[in-house]
Write a new protein. Structure first.
Length: 378
C-alpha cells in the first residue's frame, strides 16, 4: 500500500507525493517483492545500460549521460563527449546500449534527437568509453545513422537500440508525427532499421536490392516504437509501439514486414473517436500479437531471465507511462496468455525496464526528479 508522508517545515504543512515504503512487501500473483529506490535526482531518465563492473549508464532526456555506482550512488559529473542534442518535446537523449564486445572495443551506442535541416531527426552515434582520474567520457565519437528527412515536429522519435545474436544493430523509430511517412519505403520515419555495428548496410537487408526503398530499412508501418528486446528463446526482435487513442501494440518485428500504420490500427483519432485508415486488419499487413485498448503508453521492454524470481522466468515486462505501472506478460511461445499490472500509480511513469546482471529488475521513472528503482524478492 502506498503512503502519504506529511512534514512540517518552517511552520508550513507539506504533503509529499505518495511513495512506497522501502520495506513494504508488494503482493503479486507469482512473487512477493519489495521496491528499493537506488537513486533519485535524475532529470527525465530514459534508458539504462549495465557496465561490466556493475556500474550503470543512464541517459537523461535533456542531453546528459550519467554514471551510477552498483550501489546507486550518482556521480555528480555528467559523462563528457556527447554531441549536441535537440531536447524539445519528446526529443532528446534517448537509448543507450553497449556493443556485444564492449570489453574489447569499449563502444557505447546512444540514440538521440539531432539537428537535421531546419528540424530534428532520430540519430545514432557511438563513442569509446574512458573512465580514469580525469573523469568519465566518450571519445572518438562517430555518427552511424541519421533519419532523413528531418521534421519540426517534437514527437515520435522512438527509439531503442538492440543488438541481435549476429551482432547487427536494430534501431526502432517513430513516424515523427507525420503518419503517412510510415508507409513510404524511401523515407526512414516509421521504420525499424538494421545496420552493421559501424553503420554499414547489411547485404541481406530485405530492401537492399529495391531501388525504391532505403537499404537500411528492416520493417515499416510503425507509429512509435519505444520498447524493444531480443527474445532469448527465438532470437527475434520484440517491440512495443504507441497507438493513437487506443491500439498500443506488442509486435514481433520481422524482416520486410509491413505493420500497417496508418492504414490499420486498433486506435482511433484523438478526441473525436473516428476511424483511422481502413480499420484494424488488411491482407499483407501484420497483426500485433497483443494490443492494449485503452492505451497504456508502453515504453521499456525486457524478457526476464534470472534466479531471484524463478516464477517470472520467461515473462515479458513492459513499462507503462500511462497508469504509471509495470506490466507482466506470461507467454506461450508467441502468444500472450496472461497479463498482470503491478505498481500502478505508486512510483511514477515507468520509462525503462532492464534485467540486471544480478537477475533483479531495474526501472527508471520518467519524472523531473526521476528515480532508479530495483525490484527485490521479499
Amino acid at each position: 500500500m502506498s503512503r502519504i508522508y506529511i512534514h512540517t517545515v518552517c511552520g508550513l504543512l507539506l504533503v509529499l507525493t505518495p511513495v512506497q515504503a522501502a520495506d513494504e512487501v508488494i503482493r503479486s500473483e507469482r512473487h512477493d517483492f519489495r521496491v528499493q529506490t537506488l537513486t533519485r535526482g535524475l532529470a527525465h531518465p530514459w534508458a539504462l545500460a549495465f557496465l561490466p563492473d556493475g556500474r550503470m549508464l543512464v541517459t537523461e532526456r535533456e542531453g546528459r549521460l550519467r554514471l551510477i555506482s552498483a550501489k546507486g550512488e550518482l556521480d555528480p559529473r555528467a559523462v563528457a563527449g556527447l554531441p549536441a542534442v535537440v531536447a524539445s518535446g519528446q526529443g532528446g537523449l534517448l537509448d543507450v546500449a553497449l556493443h556485444p564486445n564492449f570489453v574489447q572495443n569499449r563502444w557505447v551506442y546512444f540514440s538521440y534527437a539531432g539537428q537535421e535541416g531546419r528540424g530534428a531527426s532520430t540519430q545514432v552515434a557511438r563513442g569509446q568509453w574512458v573512465s580514469d582520474a580525469k573523469g568519465h567520457r566518450l571519445e572518438n565519437i562517430q555518427q552511424i545513422y541519421r533519419q532523413r528527412p528531418g521534421s519540426g515536429a517534437g514527437v515520435h522519435f522512438g527509439s531503442r537500440l538492440v543488438f541481435d545474436r549476429s551482432g547487427m544493430l536494430l534501431i526502432t523509430q517513430g513516424d515523427r508525427g507525420d503518419k503517412d511517412r510510415a508507409q513510404q519505403l524511401t523515407d526512414l520515419a516509421g521504420k525499424a532499421v538494421r545496420l552493421h555495428d559501424d553503420g554499414r548496410f547489411p547485404a541481406d537487408n530485405p530492401f537492399r536490392k529495391n531501388n525504391e526503398a532505403r537499404p537500411e530499412v528492416y520493417s515499416y508501418g510503425h507509429r512509435n516504437m519505444q520498447g524493444a528486446a531480443i527474445n532469448p528463446v527465438s532470437g527475434e526482435l520484440w517491440a512495443t509501439e504507441h497507438g493513437p487513442q487506443g491500439g498500443d501494440e506488442l509486435n514481433i518485428v520481422r524482416a520486410g514486414r509491413n505493420y500497417g500504420w496508418p492504414v490499420i490500427t486498433y486506435g482511433v483519432n484523438y478526441g473525436i473517436g473516428t476511424q483511422i485508415g481502413e480499420g484494424s486488419a488488411k491482407a499483407g499487413m501484420v497483426q500485433p500479437i497483443y494490443q492494449w485498448t485503452p492505451s497504456i503508453a508502453p515504453s521499456g521492454l525486457a524478457f526476464y531471465q534470472g534466479k531471484p524470481f524463478p516464477q517470472w522466468q520467461g515473462n515479458l515486462f513492459v513499462g507503462a507511462l500511462k497508469y504509471q505501472m509495470l506490466v507482466r506478460l506470461e507467454l506461450d511461445s508467441d502468444r500472450v496468455v496472461h497479463e498482470e499490472r503491478l505498481l500502478k500509480n505508486q512510483f511514477g511513469r515507468i520509462r525503462d525496464v532492464r534485467v540486471g546482471p544480478d537477475g533483479l529488475l531495474y526501472l527508471l521513472t520518467d519524472e523531473a526528479d526521476g528515480a532508479l528503482l530495483r525490484l527485490e524478492p521479499s
